[in-house]
Design a protein around this ligand. Structure first.
Ligand SMILES: Nc1ncnc2c1ncn2[C@@H]1O[C@H](COP(=O)(O)OP(=O)(O)OP(=O)(O)O)[C@@H](O)[C@H]1O
Ligand SMILES: O=C(O)C1=C[C@@H](O)[C@@H](O)[C@H](O)C1
Ligand SMILES: [Mg+2]
Length: 179
């Protein structure tokens, strides 16, 4: 059993938080919430449009409010947005009320997975490789700081990643229960 009320996925764009999260939640019988998708439902606007109208700061404020509200609940799997860990308040809420899994991915896989994607405003223009590298430099220590488990999704199909995660989580949770 999860020692925390919720399960949380953090990590960079293209790590698979949304794709893996949806199937992992089904396997574990948890309600699946994707923060980006929830913000799109609530505002009626796509993430790039929120950035365009309210700036990154406006998006981050909405994201922080959502995380604070969601973490009051339980039995959820929350797939966070890639930048959620930038806020110390978010990190605290996620860590206090979630078992946090950091999904890692190599830059080549990230570039491949996001090659045709137009829904990430931070990659809208300029060189994607250098942008992703700059984001990773700032964020990797923050993801690591709140992680209860680090899982490398590089080169794994979503179904394989989910199978392995279920096993790793169950064994880690059993150890926590026995301790
Ligand atoms: N393990 C995987 N193998 C192959 N493709 C994958 C894998 N995980 C994700 N993808 C693909 O990569 C793209 C990005 O994945 P996803 O949206 O799950 O990333 P994310 O971590 O939620 O990113 P963001 O922080 O931007 O929300 C999607 O098109 C998805 O189908
Ligand atoms: O890495 C980021 O900062 C972001 C990732 C996405 O999940 C979205 O939350 C948005 O595109 C910003
Ligand atoms: Mg996502």
């Amino acid at each position: 059993m999860n020692p925390a009320p919720n399960l949380v996925l953090v990590g960079p764009m293209g790590a698979g938080k949304t794709s893996i999260g949806k199937r992992l939640a089904q396997r574990l019988g948890l309600a699946f919430v994707d923060a980006d998708q929830r913000l799109e439902e609530v505002t009626g606007a796509a993430v790039p449009l929120i950035f365009e109208h309210e700036g990154e700061a406006g998006f981050r404020a909405r994201e922080a409010q959502l995380i604070a509200e969601l973490m009051l609940g339980s039995a959820q799997l929350l797939a966070t947005g890639g930048g959620a860990v930038l806020s110390a308040d978010n990190r605290r809420h996620l860590r206090e009320r979630g078992f946090v899994v950091y999904l890692t991915v190599g830059i080549e896989q990230q570039l491949e997975r996001l090659a045709r994607d137009r829904s990430r405003p931070l990659l809208a223009d300029g060189d994607r490789r250098s942008k992703l590298e700059a984001l990773a430099e700032v964020r990797a220590p923050l993801y690591r700081d709140i992680a209860d488990l680090v899982f490398d999704s590089d080169g794994l199909a979503v179904a394989t990643a989910v199978d392995r995660l279920v096993l790793q989580l169950q064994s880690q949770w059993q150890r926590a229960e026995a301790a």
